[in-house]
Design a protein around this ligand. Structure first.
Ligand code: SF4
Length: 175
């Protein structure tokens, strides 16, 4: 039985691509640098924000089942979208992962975080970032372009006191 939950969608060919995380991280690194450099010019294009939103919905929607959180951390999570976890967990799996590595909520689907960990181990540039403690997701950025939010530094805004809390958690071994 295949779940109808939107988190369970996997487009044809997308798993094959995601199982090549080193290739994807190289593409990401190159794209990130190119986008940041050209952003001052790109943002002058009429309707650029709208074009980016539609582009991400289609492109990342097909490849990663992107849920348009607007704060992309794919390169930190084994090129596996954490928002496709039915519980939207961004800091590792819940306690309900099944013995076969599948999801507690969608039994036919591999746990997103099991896949994220395994894929991160096949990366070289960003594999260490799987251990970062991610800040709470900012729901106000839903349906905005994560690329623009990255270039503008909007996705780096964290709640007051977050950095302190994250470093305490890291020291206590929660990371
Ligand atoms: S923008 Fe958010 S929802 Fe979309 S792929 Fe990245 S982490 Fe997932």
């Amino acid at each position: 039985m295949v779940s109808s939950m939107k988190e369970a969608r996997r487009a044809p060919g997308s798993e094959w691509l995601k199982n090549r995380p080193h290739f994807l991280e190289m593409v990401y690194k190159f794209s990130e640098e190119a986008f940041i450099k050209s952003y001052p010019l790109l943002k002058r294009i009429p309707f650029f924000k709208g074009i980016m939103v539609v582009g991400e919905e289609l492109g990342k929607g097909w490849m990663f089942n992107c849920q348009m959180c607007g704060q992309c951390i794919l390169h930190s999570t084994g090129m596996t979208c954490p928002m496709t976890c039915p519980k939207n967990l961004r800091n590792g799996p819940c306690g309900g992962v099944r013995a076969n590595g599948n999801c507690e909520v969608i039994p036919d689907m591999p746990c997103v975080w099991v896949q994220a960990w395994e894929r991160s181990q096949n990366m070289t540039l960003y594999s260490h970032e799987i251990k970062l403690i991610q800040p709470p997701v900012n729901r106000a950025l839903h349906n905005t372009s994560s690329w623009i939010n990255m270039a503008e530094g909007i996705d780096a805004n964290v709640p007051p006191g977050w950095q302190q809390a994250a470093s305490s958690m890291a020291k206590e071994g929660h990371a």
